[in-house]
Design a protein around this ligand. Structure first.
Ligand SMILES: [Zn+2]
Ligand SMILES: [Zn+2]
Length: 407
């Protein structure tokens, strides 16, 4: 244990001092310890995989210098990690989004057109290399000055490095140049940058600006990205009216969340804010929510494979886009009857999500008599309470979910 802690400590130093070859060696040592059975908690494992990926990006020469484009060292490092993870598929789950980001960078770098380089800029933030993200975005902006996507990513990268004034400057620029329909992104980038600056400096005028931009963004369009940035600003402000409005817009932006879930989310978020040190940031959501199809554990795949039919999905509340995502698992058959056909036929599927530090689970209820799937939001409250209570008693979700950290 001693060794593990010391290795984690050394790797944090190597990361801070940008000693990439040292960081690579240290991350490999930690992964080897974990492989041999030393217990490493999920958060540390995820962070060490992130360190490893950050280290093989190194100076980022293959991403920045378009002439060289020699990514062989990166590709080699990535395939070594994939080989390793294949032997311990369990590790894969906690780091799936990191590994996916690393693989996408590898593919996109083969065809460095501006659109692909924009995406690389965004993915580099996932791998905690905002420094290279800044270089890539700046290069794109030299040739395409009015690229508001790059400007928005650049703003986020500056925020990662706590360089808030530069972040605000580029988001202002993005706002100026963005077309009518594209103003939500820069406005929301401004909400985040001013919120973070407020947290770092305590300057009240910063949070006032954040809220002002937030209202502007939400007046244009309510989506998950804008709503979640506003939630962070409202909670940071501590203003009850803004918090109430934030709950309302989050419910509109993510209609698959139940009211009780939203209340629980806010409670958890406010509690974690109260505990977090001043300048630390409770990170919220992916900035550009992109969907990845073809997961073998989407709700639709599970139902067609295990129940043998393709469920009917009401065209409501983005249920379809939730049900085609991966990460679903079967919880159990409810003894409480289906509110529609009154037969015992409701199969419950769940999907983990974490928001503001709280582990939660989406619902997918599938009746194999009626052959429909729903997020349960339209269910009669009493009927749903019976179903969820029955399931939780017999099949506690925390015991089934791979993403829930074991107590
Ligand atoms: Zn039914
Ligand atoms: Zn879970």
């Amino acid at each position: 244990m001693e060794t593990l802690l010391s290795l984690l400590d050394q790797s944090a130093h190597a990361r801070a001092s940008q000693d990439w070859s040292k960081l690579e060696a240290l991350s490999v040592q930690v992964l080897q310890l974990a492989y041999k059975g030393t217990p490493v908690d999920e958060q540390a494992l995820k962070s060490i995989i992130q360190s490893y990926l950050a280290s093989i990006i190194g100076t980022g020469e293959f991403l920045v210098n378009l002439e060289s484009r020699d990514s062989s060292k990166y590709q080699e490092g990535l395939s070594k990690l994939l080989e390793f993870l294949k032997k311990r598929p369990h590790y894969f789950e906690s780091a799936a989004d990191l590994v996916q980001a690393a693989q996408e960078i590898s593919l996109l770098s083969l065809d460095p057109i501006p659109a692909n380089r924009n995406k690389i800029g965004k993915l580099l933030r996932t791998l905690s290399r905002p420094d290279i993200s800044i270089l890539v975005c700046k290069q794109i902006l030299e040739t395409t000055r009015l690229n508001y996507y790059s400007l928005t990513v650049l703003c986020g990268a500056y925020c990662d490095l706590q360089r808030f004034d530069e972040a605000i400057e580029v988001a202002d620029k993005a706002l100026k140049f963005s077309p009518e329909g594209g103003r939500t992104y820069p406005l929301t980038a401004l909400v985040r940058a001013h919120t973070l600056k407020f947290k770092a400096t305590g300057d009240i005028s910063e949070i006032e600006l954040a809220l002002e931009y937030g209202h502007k963004a939400l007046d244009l369009r309510i989506d998950s990205y804008a709503a979640n940035a506003f939630v962070a600003a409202a909670v940071a402000s501590g203003n009850a009216d803004e918090i109430a409005y934030a709950q309302e817009v989050l419910g509109k932006a993510e209609p698959q969340l139940r009211k009780a879930d939203i209340a629980a989310l806010f409670q958890a978020y406010q509690a974690s804010q109260a505990l977090a040190p001043e300048a630390s940031v409770v990170e919220v959501v992916e900035e550009f929510d992109e969907e990845y199809f073809g997961d073998f554990d989407s709700l639709i795949d599970l139902v067609t494979r295990e129940q043998g039919f393709y469920p009917v999905i009401p065209d409501l509340r983005n249920m379809m886009s939730l049900f085609v995502k991966g990460g679903w698992f079967f919880q159990g058959l409810s003894y409480s009857p289906c509110p529609k056909c009154e037969k015992v036929a409701v199969h419950a599927y769940r999907k983990h999500f974490k928001r503001y530090g709280k582990d939660m689970h989406y619902w997918g209820l599938v009746c194999d008599e009626c052959k429909y799937a729903t997020d349960s939001v339209d269910f009669d409250k009493k009927a749903f309470a019976l179903i969820s209570k029955d399931l939780e008693e017999r099949f506690p979700v925390s015991g089934l979910c791979h993403d829930c950290v074991a107590p």
